[in-house]
Design a protein around this ligand. Structure first.
Ligand code: ADE
Ligand code: ZN
Length: 346
């Protein structure tokens, strides 16, 4: 019998997947510091002051600050072995949190050294991920992301590049960044890129309902054909959008600590995950940018369990949503779901 109140160990061992994790939020601060040190390379994105390089990661409090920081920190990474290390470490942390599979969002616009040589970038990540799978058994898939401020043709160009590369590590097209500048209607600009990706067999995931309201969520579903919504929590502001998400069974890739840090919700106690689940919406738990928030996946399960008095049933259901909605191939998904069933019934 599983204990009613999950222990830390039970949570760590619970078979799960992480489906909302940005490569950009997985660059160790020490690597950033080392990259700035040798040649005084504390350069910033064009037109911005160079941030000082503190001993610890910066305190991030909102999305635009986060995105500026990511442009700067990822812009320092110019060696293939750095990408390989970042990728390998993702699998190590996944293993430690009991995640058998990770979908990793990669936004090329944050990586100026690699943006125009995606093949080299993906090959380097793939080498780290392959080594990680050999050592830890963790499988991974890349979700290559359009940034919200890109143009229609840049988005199409990215999809064309992905289709040309046809790299087996790439499973999906994603879109992330800031929707805050009245950008909900901008989804129509990205619809052709998502349609082309769908037609070619790429999976689709979209950030919405974080810096956009419920209309952003509706558009991600109806205009972009998103199979999963990253965040999505603000769908609750409109009962019709809430009902749409529930009726279509679209999973929300929830990141509780990220939502608190970026000021989307006041604190964890006020996170709407309970209302979302009560509205029959499928929710998984994820970390978003773990090294910037000093968190890991198992820790997110623990915090949510404590805040909402969730037991093994609720945590098991959220782990199941993560596994069901991950972009691992069918066999792997089936195997991981079987591990979950055995774990929950054993
Ligand atoms: N890129 C990295 N983290 C993000 C977030 N929370 N929202 C949108 N884009 C992101
Ligand atoms: Zn995200």
């Amino acid at each position: 019998m599983t204990p009613l109140l999950p222990t830390e160990e039970w949570i760590r061992e619970l078979p799960k997947a992480e489906v909302h994790l940005h490569l950009e939020g997985c660059v160790p601060h020490e690597m950033v510091r080392r990259a700035t040190a040798p040649a005084g390379r504390a350069t910033a994105p064009a037109g911005r002051a160079a941030p000082l390089v503190p001993a610890a990661p910066p305190t991030i409090t909102n999305l635009s600050q986060l995105l500026t920081y990511l442009d700067w920190s990822c812009g320092l990474i110019d060696q293939a072995d750095q990408l390989e290390q970042i990728a390998y470490a993702i699998t190590t942390r996944a293993k430690h949190s009991g995640a058998g599979h990770v979908d990793i969002i990669v936004n090329p616009t944050h990586w100026p050294h690699w943006q125009h040589d995606l093949k080299a970038m993906i090959d380097a990540l793939d080498a780290g991920l392959r080594a990680g799978q050999a050592d830890h058994g963790t499988t991974t898939a890349l979700c290559i992301s359009i940034k919200r401020n890109q143009t229609r043709s840049e988005a199409l160009e990215l999809v064309d590049t992905l289709l040309e590369l046809a790299h087996p590590r790439v499973a999906a097209l994603s879109i992330d960044g800031n929707e805050a500048n009245g950008a909900e209607s901008h989804n129509s600009r990205f619809a052709p890129a998502f349609e082309r990706a769908r037609h070619a067999g790429l999976r689709r995931t979209a950030h919405a309902g974080e810096s956009s309201g419920p209309e952003g969520v509706r558009e991600a579903i109806e205009l972009l054909g998103a199979e999963r919504i990253d965040h999505g929590i603000r769908c609750l502001e409109d009962p019709q959008v809430t009902a749409l998400v529930a009726a279509r069974g679209i999973p929300l890739d929830i990141c509780p600590t990220s939502n608190v840090v970026l000021g989307v919700v006041r604190d964890l106690a006020n996170h709407p995950i309970k209302q979302l689940r009560a509205s029959n919406i499928r929710c998984s738990l994820n970390t978003d940018d773990p090294l910037l928030y000093d968190i890991d996946l198992a820790g997110e399960y623990e915090r949510v369990a404590e805040a909402f008095h969730y037991g093994t049933d609720e945590l098991g259901e959220m782990a199941r949503v993560g596994l069901e909605s991950c972009f691992a191939d069918e066999d792997r998904r089936f195997t991981l779901l079987k591990h979950l069933d055995d774990y929950l019934s054993g």
